[in-house]
Write a protein that binds this ligand. Structure first.
Ligand code: ZN
Length: 292
């Protein structure tokens, strides 16, 4: 039996797993990224996390990392929450482990995991979206990640309001400013409360909290309608921490998509696959000749 190692490199934690070809996780490790200690320490942690799950014959290592990246060269350019500036992570790990290393952004890995092992299994065109600190999206066509030139499906920075809130990318009114964690805080009118607490308030019937998620669902619905106009996928699968508030935003999201889209929209579902990102990273090895 051959195995791959899938890694989900996050700003807070590094998650690694030994995965068989059917997408079954046999061994898992989670450790702090320690981003505040600098690039060298983070790379050491990635290596030790791999060593903790590595056993038997490994086909390759796949890494899902926050962008922006140069996927072809395997270089992490300058992510907001990691201390990396043009770090050739692929090369470093290939040299260390003498094995093929594959590399893609975290949401592309999430989408690939869903397309191969999750609710996208029986579909040709799968769009994965993650709602969290930022907004990520990944398009998988016939089980291959679609990259465009390099940054396809970067929906978080598509404009939803041309004179809207200033985004950290320098533009105004990026979708991310309305539906990410800080978007929900802004819609709730309180920047000092976490989305999880707003969710708990909504559960207790707090009208302001319920309204914040309703509005967020409205903005998300507009974003999804635009996305369906561009890609018309068979299914959209929504993951990331904020997706756990599904019960409070999905109704206004679905209603808005139906309002804005001129035909019957595709299926939109909440992710149910645990570790989709890690599984997708491990599956990058099958994605080798992907549509770069
Ligand atoms: Zn932006």
């Amino acid at each position: 039996m051959k195995y791959t190692i899938g890694i989900d490199l996050g700003a807070t934690n590094i998650k690694s797993a030994l995965i068989n070809l059917n997408g079954k996780i046999l061994k898992k490790n989670e450790m702090p990224t320690e981003a505040e200690k600098g690039a060298k320490k983070v790379i050491e942690n990635i290596i030790s996390s791999i060593e903790k799950v590595k056993s038997g014959k490994i086909n390759g290592i796949g890494i899902g990392s926050p962008g922006p990246l140069d996927c072809k060269k395997g270089v992490i350019l300058n992510p907001v929450n990691l201390p990396f500036r043009n770090v050739p992570l692929k090369k470093i790990l290939q040299k260390k482990f003498q094995i093929k290393v594959f590399f893609d952004n975290d949401t592309n890995c999430f989408a690939l995991g869903e397309a191969i092992f999750g609710q996208g299994k029986k579909y040709e065109n799968v769009l994965g979206i993650t709602l969290g600190t930022g907004i990520g999206a990944g398009l998988v066509i016939n089980k291959k990640i679609y990259h465009g030139r390099n940054n396809a499906a970067e929906l978080g920075h598509a404009t939803i309001k041309y004179d809207g809130i200033k985004s950290n990318c320098g533009n105004n009114g990026c979708i991310e400013e309305y539906i990410s964690a800080r978007g929900i805080k802004a819609l709730f009118n309180n920047k000092n409360i976490e989305p999880y607490s707003i969710y708990n308030l909504a559960k207790k019937g707090n009208k302001k909290a319920i309204m914040a998620f309703k509005k967020m669902g409205y903005y998300l619905g507009i974003a999804l309608a635009n996305t369906i106009y561009a890609f018309d996928p068979d299914i959209i699968i929504i993951g990331g921490k904020i997706s756990n508030s599904w019960e409070f935003f999905s109704e206004s999201m679905e209603r808005t998509v139906k309002e804005k889209y001129f035909a019957k929209p595709c299926k939109i579902v909440k992710s149910k696959l645990k570790d989709a990102g890690i599984l997708g990273a491990g599956a990058l090895i099958q994605n080798e000749d992907s549509a770069h």
